[in-house]
Design a protein around this ligand. Structure first.
Ligand code: ADP
Ligand code: ADP
Ligand code: ZN
Length: 214
């Protein structure tokens, strides 16, 4: 089964993707994570995308489509969760073609509906485990007092993203509405769209998604 998690920054895509990875042996393909890895590795691509990401703009379709193409050629396990991809109509068309070429199907597109007002609070309170990537939130899912990650059991360094600030978020939201939100209509028209209430508690969102995937 291959699915897309669609929603603005802070909607909870990464959080739910990790739950699906644990529960269904699926593979999380987060283009944001891949781009941050490229940036941290100091590769040429990393240098190209660093400023773009810091500003909150989208990187080029060619770069992210290339990243996804590579991953689709690898291990499939329980299927792919596309997290933060596609973000433009061009990326959506490219994904359809790539899946076609590899004989794969797109089984669900899950739109995570949230209020814009909730996103600033969520994003500025976000941190992740530097060891396993578990997503935390100062308000709703705090790092345990002993500093040990509940997911990997390591006393890790917890990282905050450089672009998780109010200015960059404003630009990321603008990009979302201009370039990504048309995908909601696109997948609706294809009969592939389901929506969940992303403002519900993490476990309730998990249950809603589970009901859709069956
Ligand atoms: P995205 O990948 O869509 O940007 P994340 O999964 O990283 O979103 O979540 C953004 C922040 O909101 C994180 O700090 C996360 O812990 C928190 N969060 C995610 N889902 C929920 C939820 N259902 N209720 C409250 N907080 C949530
Ligand atoms: P969030 O979790 O807040 O939704 P991501 O981690 O998915 O953010 O993305 C962080 C940044 O990486 C984006 O602001 C953008 O610059 C870049 N990026 C990630 N995925 C894509 C994509 N599919 N197309 C273009 N740019 C992307
Ligand atoms: Zn961890």
């Amino acid at each position: 089964m291959n699915i897309i998690l669609l929603g603005p920054p802070g909607a909870g895509k990464g959080t739910q993707a990790r739950i699906l990875v644990d529960g269904r042996d699926m593979i999380q393909l987060s283009t944001g994570d891949m781009l941050r890895e490229a940036k941290d590795s100091g590769s040429e691509m990393g240098r190209i995308v660093a400023d773009v990401m810091a500003r909150g703009d989208l990187v080029t379709d060619e770069i992210v489509i290339g990243l996804i193409r590579e991953k689709l050629a690898g291990d499939k396990r329980g299927g792919f969760i596309f997290d933060g991809f596609p973000r433009t109509l061009k990326q959506a068309d490219a994904l359809a073609q790539l899946l076609d070429e590899t004989g794969e199907t797109l089984d669900a597109v899950i739109e995570m509906q949230v209020d814009d007002a909730a996103l600033v609070a969520r994003i500025t309170a976000r941190s992740t485990c530097g060891n396993c990537g578990e997503v935390y939130n100062d308000e709703t899912k705090p790092i345990p007092a002993d500093g040990v990650c509940t997911s990997c059991g390591t006393s890790a360094e917890f990282k905050r993203r450089a672009d998780d600030n109010a200015d960059s978020l404003k630009q990321r939201l603008m990009e979302y509405y201009k370039k990504t939100s048309p995908l909601i209509g696109y997948y609706y028209a294809k009969g592939q769209l389901s929506s969940v209430d992303g403002l519900a508690d993490i476990d309730d969102v998990r249950a809603e998604i589970a009901a859709i995937l069956g």
